[in-house]
Design a binder for this molecule. Structure first.
Ligand code: CP
Length: 306
């Protein structure tokens, strides 16, 4: 059976540290890995738009010496003719060695994995999970801040539909003493299954509306955009979209070493004036995304480089 990555919890804590170590080694010694995936093929099956995830997967495979095929929208695949995800994954398994798939429906990757005979990576399933973004976020925090234990992490914006938020909270509940400050308008609160999980596991959390009040205590501020594509009506989106805008003034109340992360794309929620602040780590975060995906491809394909 191939090993898949469908949920950020699919790797143990030890395996995650190994993956992050490998990503670090790849970043420091790119030549060592330049032919690690010679003759291997990655399929990117994206039923939803993407810039970072798809292109960083493709860049990752090219930098490992492999090849890439795939589609970047449902309309340019036979999904437009009604082909199921299961059948598509069965076919892709004949053409490629590993597949990254993004789909607008929650659970699509889990369905696809039943029929995939190659490793399948969930590159985002609806408002549910985005495990490789979580790997990216963990590597960024680990590289720029050190340990996860004892961090106070603020997650701000659309906590209802933001799949990266759901995955990251899940993943951080494996480290002791992490505290969560969930900053959102009441309409975009994190789903109750997340807060129930935090309570069950005994993690401290609070739900607040004001970013100004929350910012001074944070070690990490994870900003998110309001997920326009998951709203049922435009009016609600317009009302919510500029609820939070992180600017220089707000940053002046933050800790001197607080990291600002964002899975990107950004819309208005971080003013461009923050980009030059040394605490703004979101573009560096996107680059870490490529290294961790290189490490992930090697790990799922069982390729070791001496
Ligand atoms: N962070 C992220 O998933 O970005 P894309 O939607 O551009 O892939």
């Amino acid at each position: 059976m191939p090993r898949h990555l469908l949920n950020p919890m699919d790797f143990s804590v030890e395996e995650l540290y190994k993956l992050m170590d490998l990503a670090g080694d790849i970043e420091r010694n790119p030549d060592k890995y330049a032919h690690a995936c010679d003759r291997k093929i990655l399929a990117t099956c994206f039923y939803e738009p993407s810039t970072r995830t798809r292109l960083s997967f493709e860049a990752a495979m090219y930098r490992l010496g492999g090849h890439v095929l795939g589609f970047s929208s449902a309309n340019s695949s036979s999904a437009a003719k009604g082909e199921s995800v299961s059948d598509t994954l069965r076919m892709i398994s004949c053409y490629a060695d590993i597949c990254a798939m993004r789909h607008p429906k929650e659970g699509a990757a889990f369905v696809g994995a039943q029929k995939a005979s190659i490793p399948l990576i969930n590159a985002g399933d609806g408002g549910h999970q985005h495990p490789t973004q979580t790997l990216t976020d963990l590597l960024t925090i680990h590289s720029l801040h050190g340990a996860f234990e004892g961090l106070t992490v603020g997650l701000c914006g659309d906590l209802k539909f933001g799949r990266t938020v759901h995955s990251l909270i899940n993943a951080l509940t494996r480290y002791e003493g992490v505290k969560f400050v969930l900053i959102s308008p009441p309409e975009l609160k994190v789903p109750s299954y997340i807060t129930e999980m935090l309570e069950q596991k005994g993690y401290e959390y609070k739900e607040v509306i004001s970013l100004d009040e929350a910012i001074p205590e944070l070690d990490i501020l994870y900003m998110t955009r309001v997920q326009k594509e998951r709203f049922f009506n435009e009016e609600d989106y317009v009302r919510m979209k500029d609820f939070y805008i992180l600017d220089k003034e707000k940053m002046s109340h933050a800790k001197p070493d607080m990291l600002v992360l964002h899975p990107l794309p950004r819309v208005n929620e971080i003013s461009v004036e923050v980009d030059d602040d040394p605490r703004a780590a979101y573009f560096q975060q996107a680059q870490y995304g490529m290294y961790i995906r290189m490490a992930l491809i090697l790990t799922l394909l069982g390729i070791e480089v001496e």
